[in-house]
Design a protein around this ligand. Structure first.
Ligand code: ZN
Length: 268
């Protein structure tokens, strides 16, 4: 980290703490500074090695990871959707249930990782329903009304979005990286991603943009760690990023579903 950014982050943290204290004092709340920035790192595709390592790194910082998996990705007859998933072993629902009991959020990322924007609407809807059925059967406690569906390739259509909002709590698709603060009934979440090369510079840029704002919710879509998948980041980078963000008092690092549950409940 260069000096400029260190100073910037220090200033952002200090400003956040002062505003947070003022808000807490007004509301007669506890001394905890109010959060103004939510960071969701949304990891797709369910690569086994990367998912295990991602969960470990989040646990090291007492945080929950946001991991989005393909319903049939672990099956022997699954054919990789693209060259970036080719030959990379995916986890199965044994692992997903274990990670969930360790506080991580496991959410759907398609039945077979199809690009839904390129399919007839009826076929796209059928695949999404089949994906949700697999999750209901395989993932303990899964409730589609609390689920965030993460579109493969962040590719959706207005018709699919309108329909999906009636099936699940929310969905993630392509768009602006920084979302408005969570609000009740918010179904559409947008994100950006970067690849196929290392995504770290893009993550750094979006984090700086978020911290320069008064308030916002950054959702950045990542995939594997180190050499796995499209647009990876290094495990060492993720570790340092979480350490850096956790030190900024205005920042809350949360999976997407939990950000909605924590901050959208009770809002108008
Ligand atoms: Zn994917």
């Amino acid at each position: 980290m260069n000096q400029t950014r260190r100073e910037f982050l220090a200033a952002a943290g200090a400003a956040g703490a002062m505003i947070g204290l003022a808000r807490s004092a007004r509301a007669g709340e506890s001394n905890a500074p109010a959060k103004r920035h939510i960071v969701t790192l949304s990891f797709d595709d369910g690569f086994r090695k990367s998912s295990v390592r991602t969960a470990e790194i989040f646990e090291k910082h007492h945080l929950s990871a946001c991991i989005n998996v393909v319903a049939t990705g672990h099956l022997a007859n699954y054919s990789a959707a693209d060259k970036y998933q080719q030959g990379v072993l995916k986890g199965d629902f044994g692992l997903w249930n274990e990670l969930q009991t360790r506080s991580h959020e496991i959410m759907p990322h398609g039945y077979r990782h199809a690009n839904k924007a390129g399919l007839p609407p009826a076929e796209a809807k059928d695949l999404i329903l089949r994906c949700l059925d697999v999750f209901a059967k395989e993932l303990k406690g899964f409730d589609r009304k609390e689920a965030v569906f993460n579109f493969p390739y962040n590719a959706s259509t207005p018709e699919l979005e309108a329909w999906l909002a009636t099936q699940v709590k929310a969905f993630r698709t392509g768009g602006a990286a920084v979302n408005p603060w969570p609000r009740k009934g918010q179904a559409k979440l947008t994100c950006r991603s970067a690849g196929p090369e290392n995504a770290e510079p893009a993550v750094d840029r979006e984090v700086e943009r978020l911290l320069a704002m008064d308030r916002g919710w950054l959702i950045f879509n990542l995939h594997g760690l180190d050499d796995e998948g499209w647009g990876p980041v290094r495990a060492t980078y993720l570790d340092k990023l979480l350490e850096r963000l956790a030190a900024v008092q205005s920042v809350d690092i949360l999976p997407a579903g939990r950000a909605l549950a924590k901050y959208a409940a009770g809002t108008a």
